[in-house]
Design a protein around this ligand. Structure first.
Ligand code: PLP
Length: 405
């Protein structure tokens, strides 16, 4: 028989958050090892439960949820999202501009698929949430990474962005609050990004899925609130702000300069129709989530579990010799740097394997986030304080051994 090969479209597609190191962890678990997982922002598995009112609402609506809905989604949750756009000061959004999806992930893939032809370029941050790079590649486009500068608190380097724009550049991706760095961008920086998009007629893909996971009293500004003469596609959902990753309930909002985007919007509608509709029980949870008690504030505010764990993880990590880390202002992650003089890592996937094999701690290597150098890794600070202390203690122990090699 002829060997069955994967499509050539997948040649440049990579998603290492669930890559080979996770596979190794699975095998170790099957062999009876207990792994401490610092690899995925899956809140519910660490005891961060979804608000009870949205769970109850979903259960109550279950008997109405067995049919397809409109391709863009049910009316009531989209209406609730419309009201949310008003809160976020995103102007001119109608119900027709809102699409519900099976998580933001599906809509991210859809939005780039509807746009790109071979040779089209999209500016994507480095480091990034790797779905963006993967989705652009899968769509036949070319991801072009712009620098987010660690020395500048991981903020995007505007000059680098400008340098990388050419006649093939169609769009820019901005992940704010950021995964994997935890950076939260100030409004002045967002305005500069909008200005670049305006000048070069770029679509702005604004991934704002962590917009309520904010520490130290910080506030979030939606990029789409800053202009009406640029086309914005804003992504959000229930996965993080409402600890409901498994509901697969996400949305995207088309706003700003829509007049010249009729053809693109037709493409979006076509792709939305082709997958019929988003998971209906998840759609039902959206209205209650947005209109209900915002319990995320209790987790990120003074004394909140997420805030405490962020502080603990940051303290413990930066006490390790040769480890530095910009303290996250938002989201669920840290992206520490290992001083290359002390830790001359050549292959950071191999580094992650070794850490897993020797200490049963699972992290994701920095290159999995399209970081250009093998000197970073990402951890989530979701395990409880005891487990975090244990896990980071093991990382410290591993690194101590690494220094002596
Ligand atoms: N965007 C970012 C920045 C993320 O970190 C994630 C998930 O971790 C997603 C999008 C996907 O979210 P969803 O669960 O809504 O598909």
């Amino acid at each position: 028989m002829r060997p069955i090969q994967k499509s050539k479209k997948l040649a440049d597609v990579c998603y290492d958050i669930r890559g080979p190191v996770l596979e190794k962890a699975r095998q170790m678990e099957e062999d009876g090892h207990k792994i401490i997982k610092l690899n995925i922002g899956n809140l519910a598995t660490f005891g961060f439960d979804a608000p009870d009112e949205i769970v109850q609402d979903m259960i109550r609506n279950m008997s109405n949820a067995s049919g397809y809905t409109d391709s863009k989604g049910l009316f009531a949750p989209r209406k609730a999202i419309m009201q949310y756009t008003q809160e976020k000061k995103i102007a001119g959004v109608t119900i027709d501009d809102i699409y519900l999806g099976n998580g933001a992930s599906e809509l991210i893939v859809m939005s780039v698929n509807a746009l790109l032809n071979t040779g089209d370029e999209v500016l994507v941050p480095s480091p990034d949430y790797p779905l963006w790079t993967a989705a652009v590649s899968l769509s036949g486009g070319t991801p072009v990474h712009y620098v987010c500068d660690e020395q500048a608190g991981w903020f995007p380097d505007i000059e680098d962005i400008k340098k990388k724009i050419n006649s093939n550049t169609k769009a820019i991706v901005v992940i704010n609050p950021n995964n994997p760095t935890g950076a939260l961008y100030p409004v002045e920086l967002l305005q500069q990004i909008v200005e670049v998009a305006r000048q070069h007629q770029l679509i702005v893909f604004a991934d704002e899925i962590y917009d309520k996971v904010l520490y130290d009293g910080a506030t979030h500004t939606s990029l789409a609130s800053l202009a009406d003469d640029v086309l914005f596609i804003t992504f959000n959902g229930l996965s993080k702000n409402y600890r409901a990753c498994g509901y697969r309930a996400g949305w995207m909002i088309v706003s700003g300069e829509k007049r010249y985007a009729k053809d693109y919007i037709e493409g979006l509608n076509m792709l939305a129709s082709m997958r019929l509709c988003a998971n209906v029980p998840g759609q039902y949870a959206i209205q209650t989530a947005l209109g209900g008690y915002q319990s995320i504030n209790d987790l990120v505010g003074t004394g909140g579990r997420l805030l405490r764990q962020r502080d603990l993880a940051h303290k413990l990590l930066t006490e390790i010799p040769g480890v530095t880390c910009v303290k996250p202002k938002s989201a669920l992650y840290m992206f520490p740097r290992l001083d290359p003089k002390m830790y001359p890592i050549k292959d950071d996937q191999d580094f992650a394997y070794q850490l897993l094999a020797e200490e049963s701690v699972l992290i994701v290597q920095g290159t999995g986030f399209n970081c250009p150098t093998p000197d970073h890794f990402r951890v989530v600070f979701l395990p409880n304080s005891d487990d975090l202390t244990l896990a980071i203690g093991r990382i410290a122990h591993f690194l101590e051994g690494y220094r002596k090699r």
